[in-house]
Design a binder for this molecule. Structure first.
Ligand code: BMP
Length: 258
């Protein structure tokens, strides 16, 4: 039987974090559940890619620490493009330290992540202090956090018990934590409708990369695993025409919701 999905506009009303509300609303308005992982290593290439795929996406995912010439201006320009094309910026920093350290890592350093990213993510491993630290760094109003509940890579240590503990942590912090990086929807029912599920490891051709990455198709992730958003990196930015390829992934992922 086909899954009965709650429309994104209704899920916006259930979510308690402002960024989560903005994300659900934007997905409903723009009709896209595609996130591009912009894993390119020069600032100009990052901005060009963001401008090219911007019309197709709900979220641009960054790894600012792989960009060799990152400056404050890169963050400013990304925010300009986010406004221009109506998408949110997700810095995939995967924080994993104690609260006091992540405050500095998120707000300071070379990257000043909290000044340009709409949301970021963290491993639950250190305990609730990591969420409290990132909430302090970000300010409650304009930021949000995802927890890594599952990973796509072969042999990862995030087992069922760990995933459940992440879910419980998220439920303790619904003002700030609005979703998960996961391989499937990890909270069923209306309680789960308040959170967003973003899934990496998505490619139309499914052979791995020789370094442990495991791929599924957009349709499998959205229709079979009931996730909300596909995250696609190399499948798009390494293609000959990233804008056109993004449009193909976008259509497959959106059609899989129906
Ligand atoms: P690609 O589609 O090129 O394999 O890229 C996947 C992206 O998602 C990378 O930026 C990677 O860091 C990220 N990612 C992942 O692949 N698996 C996870 O479990 C969590 C991730 O953030």
């Amino acid at each position: 039987a086909k899954l009965q999905r709650t429309p994104f506009e209704d899920r916006a009303k259930l979510c308690k974090n402002a960024v989560g509300v903005a994300l659900f609303s934007l997905m409903a308005r723009k009709k896209t559940n595609l996130c591009v992982a912009a894993d390119v290593v020069e600032a100009k290439a990052l901005l060009d890619l963001a401008d090219a795929v911007g019309p197709q996406i709900c979220v641009l995912k960054t790894h600012c620490d792989i960009v060799r010439d990152w400056t404050d201006e890169t963050g400013t320009q990304l925010r300009f493009l986010a406004d221009k094309h109506d998408f949110l910026i997700f810095e995939d920093r995967k924080f994993a330290d104690i609260g006091n350290t992540v405050v500095q890592q998120c707000s300071g350093g070379v990257h000043r992540i909290a000044s340009w990213a709409h949301f970021t993510n963290a491993h639950a491993l250190p305990g609730d202090g990591i969420v409290d630290g990132l909430r302090t760094a970000a300010g409650v109003e304009n930021h949000g956090l995802l927890l890594l509940a599952q990973m796509s890579s072969a042999g990862n240590l995030l087992n069922k018990e760990y995933t459940s503990a992440c879910v419980e942590m998220a439920k303790r912090h619904t003002d700030f934590v609005f979703g998960f990086i996961s391989q499937e929807r990890v909270i069923e029912g209306s309680e789960g409708d308040a959170f967003v599920y973003m899934t990496p490891g998505v490619k139309l051709s499914q052979e791995g990369d020789g370094l442990g990455q495991q791929y599924n198709t957009p349709t499998a992730v959205i229709a079979d695993r009931n996730s909300d958003i596909i995250i696609v990196g190399r499948g798009i930015y390494k293609s000959d025409n990233p804008a056109a390829t993004a449009a193909i992934y976008r259509k497959q992922a959106w059609d899989a919701l129906a």
